[in-house]
Write a protein that binds this ligand. Structure first.
Ligand SMILES: [Zn+2]
Length: 634
């Protein structure tokens, strides 16, 4: 759980209040020495190729990583290997370094904005502890009652009526149940309700073993009168024991009511397992939709994706995976099948009847006679497994390369079972304030924030007792995302579809969330692609990270970022071998007094600073074809 935020800056345990770099020569760096303050927001700037990344990433970050690895045992290092020492004489005052780069951190489709920020984890906890369950069969609210509550309810509801108390022992299962009937008789009961009919239990009794049965023991038949509370309570106790926490009451007209110590639909008797956080995880078999395994989409090889153009004949490549006619085995088989229906490889596919195409797609049991080349005049008799069946097998069992090939004939579709919501049916029927957890995961962060902000007023007192602490954690993490200007994302958004800048800011938000102290963070141009308003938020987030007691180094061109920083280091003056020197450094105030180009730009004397960076095009075009990434529709 989150630690308490430190009220004042912690004393730095390293004893250094500066980071000192001596003799840095990585890439184009010209043996530079410099010192800058720790626990401050430091901007390293300069034109592209000046050496600012060589200093930030290839020297400071690389050395931090190397030292971290050195702290491992020799045994551990023999596995991971050593990192090369960057070309620098010495760095003093270095803390553990974390780099927050633009690179998307995960290609895994199971990593989402919700999982990586832990917001979804806290929502799962909230749903497991406070959500109300509803039946996916009848929509009724699921109830769980204590034994005493069940007794009171039955006394009240069936007052003055004759009822039968039943204990369900078989629900929708096949079998002859000979031993079960023997056992029931041994338990002292004489009747059972079998498939809805009450029957006397006779010796050697059994039911049709190939049919599905429902069997309940008839525990007691009585007239409900509160004077008989003791007898009723006893019968209910027995019924719940035999029914493993569940019982049924049948009233005079034969209508049946269900009661349970667990979550149960009182109308249909459908019951759910007690919810746990993994009930709501699409990465867990307890929560994931069984059809799509929690991915929300399925891949299908369809007839249309295999035959996209029906005007073509098979010999002209009408069946896409086969390509145009060649003298190979598969075409001989296809030809033999067509011949059976008096058609040929040159028939346009739209003129081939559907049932013939079905044989080509899915095969059949009729042996295919293919003329043998080796022994002219004889036929090979083989079965044809069908092209789609073949592709499916290759997709499931093939090598990486064949699977990629099959991917060309595969359509990605929203899962028909969960409609893309990734969770199993039961999990989607737990609701808080009329919403299931998947609906929240589809809301943007702004809307989610709104929903969470006054949730207490819509919860019961009992729910609130449990929800308060979880809501605190939720709001804090949602706040971090709003702080870095990501209010438009939703929790279900796969991480791999985020832009580099968005992924970087997500990581920034999670780092603020971890509340680490004494760390050196390095960020690569986090302001790229941000609107001015969000840039202000970003700078505030970086300052928050600093105020927790961390050093934050930002490689950046942005004017606002530089002016808001505590210290600026300008590397240059040119690119490549014309750069690699420290042009100027100091607090923004000191820095403005220098005559570096950057200082002139900051003070408004030069309007354009980094114009030299934009290159001219070479006249060629970049063409995108059939793009399907993110939500692009080809
Ligand atoms: Zn699904």
């Amino acid at each position: 759980m989150a630690r308490k935020r430190t009220a004042q800056k912690l004393k730095d345990p390293s004893g250094f209040d500066h980071i000192e770099i001596l003799g840095a020569r990585e890439h184009n760096l010209k043996n530079i020495n410099l010192t800058f303050p720790r626990n401050q927001l430091v901007v390293i700037t300069g034109i592209s190729g000046s050496g600012k990344s060589s200093l930030a990433f290839d020297t400071i970050y690389a050395e931090g990583q190397r030292r971290y690895m050195e702290s491992f045992s020799a045994y551990a290092r023999s596995f991971i290997g050593n990192l090369e020492r960057p070309d620098v004489d010495k760095i003093n005052g270095l803390s553990p370094v974390i780099s927050i780069e633009q690179k998307t951190t995960s290609r895994n489709p199971r990593s989402t904005v919700g999982t990586v920020t832990e917001i979804y984890d806290f929502m799962r906890l909230l749903y497991a502890r406070t959500a109300e369950a509803f039946s996916y069969e009848t929509g009724e609210k699921m109830v769980r009652q204590s034994e005493d509550q069940i007794i009171d309810t039955i006394l009240e509801k069936f007052k003055g009526q004759n009822i039968t108390i039943l204990s369900p022992v078989v629900k929708g299962r096949k079998g002859h149940y000979r031993e079960l009937f023997v056992q029931i008789r041994k338990g002292g009961f004489t009747k059972a309700r079998i498939d809805g009919k009450i029957e006397e239990l006779k010796p050697k009794m059994q039911v049709d073993r190939f049919k599905i049965h429902d069997i309940e023991i008839v525990i007691d038949r009585l007239a409900v009168d509160s004077k008989d509370r003791f007898r009723i309570a006893q019968s209910i106790n027995v019924a719940l024991k035999d029914g493993k926490g569940v019982l049924m009451v049948m009233e005079e007209k034969g209508i049946v009511y269900h009661y349970s110590k667990f979550l149960m639909d009182p109308k249909s008797g459908l019951s759910y397992d007690e919810p746990a956080p993994n009930t709501f995880s699409f990465n867990s078999p307890y929560g994931a939709c069984p059809t799509c395994n929690g991915l929300g989409q399925i891949e299908e090889i369809t007839e249309d994706s295999v035959v996209p153009d029906k005007s073509l004949s098979i010999s002209r490549g009408g069946i896409l995976p086969l390509g145009a006619y060649r003298d190979i085995w598969i075409f001989k088989k296809v030809e033999a099948i067509l011949k059976r229906y008096k058609m040929s490889l040159t028939t346009p596919i739209r003129k081939i009847p559907d049932e013939v195409m079905k044989v080509l797609f899915y095969g059949d049991d009729v042996p295919v006679a293919v003329p043998s080349v080796k022994y002219p005049g004889t036929d090979w008799n083989t079965k044809f497994e069908g092209i789609i069946n073949f592709l499916q097998k290759q997709r499931d069992e093939g090598t990486e390369a064949t699977r990629r090939w099959v991917g060309d004939f595969t359509l990605v579709k929203t899962c028909p079972e969960c409609k893309g919501m990734r969770l199993k049916k039961e999990s989607l029927h737990f609701r808080i304030d009329k919403k299931n957890i998947a609906e929240l995961a589809e809301m943007n962060i702004d809307a989610l924030n709104h929903w969470v902000s006054d949730l207490e007023s819509r919860l019961s007192e009992k729910q609130n007792v449990i929800a308060t602490e979880i809501l605190k954690e939720l709001r804090k993490r949602i706040g971090f995302l709003l702080d870095v200007g990501l209010n438009y994302l939703h929790l279900n958004r796969p991480l791999k579809t985020l832009s580099g800048g968005e992924a970087q800011r997500i990581r920034l938000a999670t780092q603020i969330g971890t509340q680490l102290v004494g760390v050196l963070y390095i960020l690569d141009e986090p302001s790229i692609g941000l609107h001015a308003r969000d840039n202000v938020k970003l700078i505030k987030a970086l300052k928050d990270l600093r105020d927790l007691g961390n050093t934050v180094i930002v490689v950046e061109h942005d004017k606002e970022m530089m002016m808001e920083s505590d210290y600026i280091i300008d590397i240059g003056p040119g690119a490549g071998r014309h750069g690699g020197k420290i042009v100027a450094l100091g607090t923004p105030k000191e820095f403005l007094k220098t005559d570096s180009a950057t200082a002139k730009f900051l003070s408004g004397k030069d309007r354009i600073l980094f114009s030299a960076e934009r290159r001219k095009g070479n006249g060629e075009k970049l063409i995108l074809k059939e793009s399907t990434g993110n939500n692009l529709k080809r």
